[in-house]
Design a protein around this ligand. Structure first.
Ligand SMILES: Cc1cc2nc3c(=O)[nH]c(=O)nc-3n(C[C@H](O)[C@H](O)[C@H](O)COP(=O)(O)O)c2cc1C
Length: 263
C-alpha cells in the first residue's frame, strides 16, 4: 500500500479509536500518509472516492452482530467508489456475526474494491461481559497487537477480506433496521440522577447523533427516540449520574471524554 489513506472512525467508548490510531501509526511507519476523521461528523458524500492514490479506511465497533445504524448509513451514502480500495477494521467483544460479508457486498455494489478486513477482540463495553480492569487491559493490549499485525499485513499486501456471506446485504439491512428500533426504544430509558447530575452538558456534546438535549437551561438532560446504544453518554459522565437499560452499565471506557469533544 502506498499513497494516502483517508480513515473514518466511529467509536462509542474508545476501543475502535485506539486500534484505528495504532493501524494509522503502523502505516505511517511504512511511509503511507494517513488522515483520521470522526465518522460521525464527516460528510460521507465528500469522501474523496476515485482520487488517484487514495485508499479508504473504515473503523467501528460490532453492535448486535452487525454495526450501528449510523455506520451503515455513512457507508450507504458514500459516493460511487470508482474502484477505490477500502479496508475495514472492526472491534468487538467476541463475535462479529453478520458484518464482514454483507459489508463487503455493500462496498462492492457501490464500486469500491474491498482490500482487507480485520476483526479485533477488545474489552466488551456492553452486557455482563464487562471484565475486571486487569482483564480488560490484557485484552486491550492483545487487540492493539492485532492492529500492529494488520498494519504490517496491509503494507505487505498480505491482508485480505476473506469472508463471503451467504446472507445478502438486503437481509442484514432489514436486521439492522430492527436493531435500530430496539436500541432507540431502550435508549428512552436513560436517565440522569437529579442528585448527582451537575448539568455540565457533556453527555449532550458527546452524543454522536445529538439525541440528548437539555429542555431548559439548568434542566436535567433528556434522551430522544434515536439512541444507537453506543454507551458514550453513560461511560463518560464525569459525575457517573447516568443510568440506563439493564445492559448499559457504563462500566467500560478506553479513552477520556476529551477525545470526542473538539472534533
Ligand atoms: C449495543 C452494543 C452491542 C454490541 N454487540 C456486540 C456483538 O454483537 N458482538 C460482539 O462481539 N461485541 C458486541 N459489542 C461489544 C463492542 O463491539 C466492543 O466492546 C467494541 O470494542 C466497542 O468499541 P468502541 O469502544 O469503539 O465503542 C456490543 C456493544 C454494544 C454497546
Amino acid at each position: 500500500m502506498d499513497g494516502r489513506v483517508e480513515m473514518f472512525v466511529f467509536s462509542g467508548t474508545g476501543n475502535s479509536l485506539l486500534v484505528a490510531r495504532r493501524v494509522a501509526e503502523g502505516l505511517r511507519g511504512g511511509g503511507v500518509v494517513v488522515r483520521l476523521h470522526h465518522l460521525e461528523t464527516a460528510d460521507s458524500a465528500a469522501v474523496p472516492a476515485g482520487e488517484a492514490g487514495v485508499t479508504l479506511g473504515l473503523a467501528f465497533p460490532v453492535a448486535a452482530f452487525s454495526t450501528y445504524p449510523l455506520v451503515w448509513r455513512f457507508i450507504e451514502t458514500l459516493p460511487p467508489g470508482n474502484g477505490t480500495p477500502v479496508f475495514m477494521l472492526a472491534t468487538m467483544g467476541g463475535f462479529s456475526g453478520l458484518l464482514f460479508g454483507p459489508m463487503k457486498q455493500l462496498l462492492s455494489s457501490k464500486g469500491y474494491r474491498p482490500l482487507a478486513a480485520c476483526g479485533l477482540r477488545m474489552p466488551s463495553n456492553y452486557l455482563i461481559g464487562v471484565r475486571p480492569p486487569e482483564k480488560c487491559q490484557k485484552r486491550l493490549e492483545s487487540g492493539l497487537r492485532g492492529a500492529d499485525a494488520f498494519a504490517l499485513d496491509l503494507l505487505a499486501g498480505r491482508a485480505r477480506w476473506r469472508r463471503f456471506s451467504p446472507v445478502p446485504y438486503a437481509w442484514v439491512r432489514w436486521f439492522w433496521a430492527r436493531a435500530a428500533r430496539s436500541f432507540a426504544r431502550d435508549g428512552l430509558r436513560f436517565r440522569a440522577n437529579p442528585a448527582a447530575c451537575t448539568r455540565c452538558g457533556i453527555c449532550e456534546r458527546l452524543c454522536p447523533i445529538r439525541n440528548i438535549f437539555q429542555p431548559a437551561p439548568g434542566a436535567l438532560p433528556e434522551w430522544g427516540g434515536s439512541c444507537q446504544m453506543c454507551q458514550r453518554c453513560v461511560a463518560f459522565c464525569p459525575a457517573r449520574a447516568i443510568s440506563g437499560p439493564r445492559h448499559a452499565t457504563g462500566a467500560y471506557r478506553a479513552v477520556e471524554a476529551g477525545e470526542f469533544l473538539g472534533g
